[in-house]
Design a protein. Structure first.
Ligand code: S3P
Length: 437
């Protein structure tokens, strides 16, 4: 795919269901008693990996139409041992959450992934799961393939999150479901809380209290979950691609319908407002225990700002596209404390610097910080970006092309299907100059 300078993005669009919530709904429905009906699920490559894995554990999962998924769960403790390796493709969330779930079942599972996932750290999750009584081995002690032998007599424990990772937290919470007694997780980073919200919907025995700025989550295990009927809100990270495109392309005015806005995920929206973005949140409602809005965005003159480290867990997936916004803002933008970017689908810390440098935007890095010197003017273009199998780097590069004099090409657009299969269609609908070849 390639893109070039665009004007006047206009129209109303719908973006696909939230990726984090879709993974969790598939997993929880697959271990609940009875049927769940999930409307508006994200049908992307990543979610299909979770669906395949849960089918291998014995759940029945069918689509009644492309966005409506019917799941009959196996009931708590009912996971069957998979007959072959589970392939998680590009999805870190799928592999880590399902490691957590299987750690408290008396089964042995082999986990594999694509080239990008096989370079991402897994020890950070598996070492916490040992507390349940599970054991594991990893290639070079940190990478897939992994073999996990779940515990036949899981033990509850108290756990304090050491990295700002909702995946690690969620892995422990999912393991706790089939563990007798009370498992406790302390989260001082305020990571995304979809697992906790959804567990309540399914009737889990879960409780969260906030002590100073630390969230303490307790789960009492061996309490059956019950199937639910639910609609999935739109993904706020996917929504940011058309939203930031509209902010930086002149004379634009778009509305993105049905977007999830959660205080543990909305950092990028708060930051854009502080940068001077004209964004309004309309028609508030609740879906899947989450707040949802239609978001209207008009072109804006952005200014650079300082984004503190403490905001990073609330916007960790959104730095690549925010870097594009910052490159068009007047003045310096600081991304503080963004080391976790190195452990995503690719090393996004380096990927962001590379995209900016190739586009002719000055940027520096100091330890865990990135500094972007923005200018409200078209970038040079005539570049090709290596995306390193990273969907968000691919879409960010294409949005950079919309404010570039000459074309921006990417080396691989296949990965966009992992999170935002309708990206091309949605961007064309609002008038972006994007082409397949
Ligand atoms: C996710 C958590 C984040 C995020 C990922 C989805 C989740 O990862 O980057 O895209 O659904 O829990 P970490 O928890 O590793 O930060």
């Amino acid at each position: 795919m390639k893109s070039i300078s665009s004007k006047k993005l206009k129209g109303n669009i719908l973006i696909p269901g939230d990726k984090s919530i879709s993974h969790r709904l598939v997993i929880l429905s697959s271990i609940a008693i009875g049927k769940s009906n999930i409307k508006g699920i994200l049908k992307s490559d990543d979610i299909m990996k979770t669906i395949d894995a849960m089918k291998n554990f014995g759940a029945s999962i069918e689509f009644s139409n492309p966005y409506n998924c019917l799941i009959k769960g196996v009931g708590l403790g009912g996971l069957a041992e998979p007959k072959s390796a589970l392939d998680f493709g590009n999805s870190g969330t799928a592999v880590r959450l399902i490691m957590g779930l299987s750690a408290s079942h008396p089964i042995t599972t082999l986990f594999v992934g694509d080239a990008s996932l096989s370079m991402r750290p897994m020890d950070r999750v598996l070492k916490s799961l040992v507390n349940f009584g599970s054991s594991y081995s990893l290639r070079k002690e940190n990478y897939l393939p992994a073999i996990l032998k779940g515990s036949d007599n899981p033990i509850p424990f108290s756990f304090e999150l050491e990295e700002p990772s909702a995946q690690i937290k969620s892995a422990v919470l999912l393991g706790a479901l089939n563990t007798p007694g009370v498992t406790k997780v302390k989260d001082k980073f305020n990571t995304r809380d979809h697992t906790e919200r959804l567990l309540e919907l399914y009737g889990a025995n879960i409780n969260t209290v906030k002590k100073r700025s630390v969230r303490e989550i307790t789960i009492k295990g061996i309490n059956e979950l019950k199937g639910i009927d639910v609609s999935v809100p739109g993904d706020p990270s996917s929504a940011l691609f058309p939203i930031i495109a509209a902010l930086i392309c002149k004379n634009s005015d778009i509305t993105v319908k049905n977007v999830l806005i959660n205080p543990t995920r909305d950092g990028a929206y708060r930051v854009l407002k502080d940068m001077g973005a004209d964004i309004s949140f309309l028609n508030h409602r609740i879906m899947a225990a989450e707040e949802v809005y239609d978001i209207r965005v008009r072109s804006s003159n952005l200014k650079g700002i300082n984004i503190p480290r403490k905001l990073s867990p609330t916007m960790i997936d959104d730095y690549p596209i925010l870097a594009v916004a910052a490159s068009m803002a007047k003045g310096k933008t600081y991304f503080k404390g963004v080391n976790e970017l190195r452990f995503k689908e690719s090393d996004r810390f380096s990927g962001i610097l590379n995209l900016l440098e190739k586009s002719g935007v000055r940027a520096d890095s100091k330890k865990d910080d990135i500094i972007i010197y923005g200018k409200s003017e078209l970038k040079k273009g005539d570049i090709e970006i290596e995306t390193n199998l990273d969907h968000r780097m691919a879409m960010s590069a294409l949005v950079m092309g919309l404010v570039s004099k000459k074309e921006v090409k990417i080396d691989n657009d296949e990965t966009i299907k992992t999170s935002f299969p309708s990206f091309y269609k949605v961007m064309l609908k609002i008038g972006a100059k994007l082409s397949k070849k």
